[in-house]
Design a protein around this ligand. Sequence first.
Ligand code: S3P
Length: 438
Amino acid sequence: MAKTDTLRTIKGCRRLEGEVVPPGDKSISHRAAILNGLAKGEASIDNFAQGGDCLSTLRCLKALGVKIVKRGSQDSPTLLVSGTGETGLQEASNVLDARNSATTMRLLGGLVASQPFLTVITGDASLRSRPMGRLIEPLRLMGADVRGRGQDSFAPLVFRGKRLRGIDFTLPVPSAQIKSAILLAALFARGNTVLHQKIVSRDHTERMLRQMGATLESKGNSISLLPLTSPLKALNLRVPGDISSAAYFLVAAAIHPYARIEIEDCGVNHTRTGIIDILLAMGAKLKIGHERLEGGEPLADIVVESSELKGIEVGGDIIPRLIDEIPVLAVAGCIAKGKTVIRDAGELRVKESDRIATVVNELSRLGAQIEPLPDGMIIHGGRLLSGAEVDSHGDHRLAMSLAIAGLIARRETTIKHSQVAEVSYPAFWQTLQQIAEY
Ligand code: S3P
């Protein structure tokens, strides 16, 4: 949790209207920086996410010897990344600090496990409480020398990098971070790597590796990757808008009685669009247009209007496709008519906060009728929410979801530790102000 405690007050608004350009996709930005950092040549990355998490990746990469410079405006700079090539990374002179970013820790963990030097990675209190055994175990099967606090369960993590071997491995959890960490380690291993997914998770790493010349094949739920025989090719790209950030405004427009919001240049990769599928199934007036492909990733414009939502059952294979959107989906469930049940989402317990406990507790303060399940929650919808003092628990997605709830609640909602939204969406509060009419 950040040191300063910023209180934000949100009032119910009369109308929501306008255009929203979401920040660059966080997952794609991490990968664009890391993979271009390993490539040969200079890459230019537009619309790179400026949130705290992606800045953590940039700091760590710089500490490992990657040259990164920013050009252009502060809000939307172009990043120039000079790749070090396969063997150019250097030992960092200090501990790497991923702060709140599990993606930074896990993806870079996979990378440094294969590099011939020592790396220590730590993070903030939230990240140091998140499970790292799921990273350490497959890397050890590849021959990695890696240790973690709490009998190899938590960060700080210590890697004594060495040459690894490819593995044939079934991912026990549908985690794109672990999948990507193994793929990064496998680039420099001896022998091929084959990964099997019980449920498919976001595939940005696979797409980008292919675009950069790696020999990677996806068949059904399995991926096979050959180690690099020549360096990755630098990839210039414009990062699509982050659907996880857009989700706050998709839900806001759908639940507000007088709303119309257009989201521009939003990533609509199928592995990320579960929130759109569920909102449509709940009855949202949502239209997708101008679909196109940029840098191997699909994007589109989305228009959402005030809708009469109905409750829904959410579970099974769709969960990884909307895992980060569940806090704001729970807000939609509070307003929808009838019952919304979310299951098979036990992963929420090990996110930036225990999102089952924190979502249930904080929405209850606003008058929601919501009960926890071991792997999800039951929401009895169709109730009016009423403003109260709530807490983000240092979790960016909870801070922003509570703000959306505040927009349709009677009276004022005060959010403690709201500054944490900057981890993924620095312009969130400003955008909210621009579209809310009082
Ligand atoms: C991410 C994968 C997901 C997601 C996180 C970003 C990624 O985490 O929740 O916000 O960029 O790979 P898991 O891999 O832990 O499921």
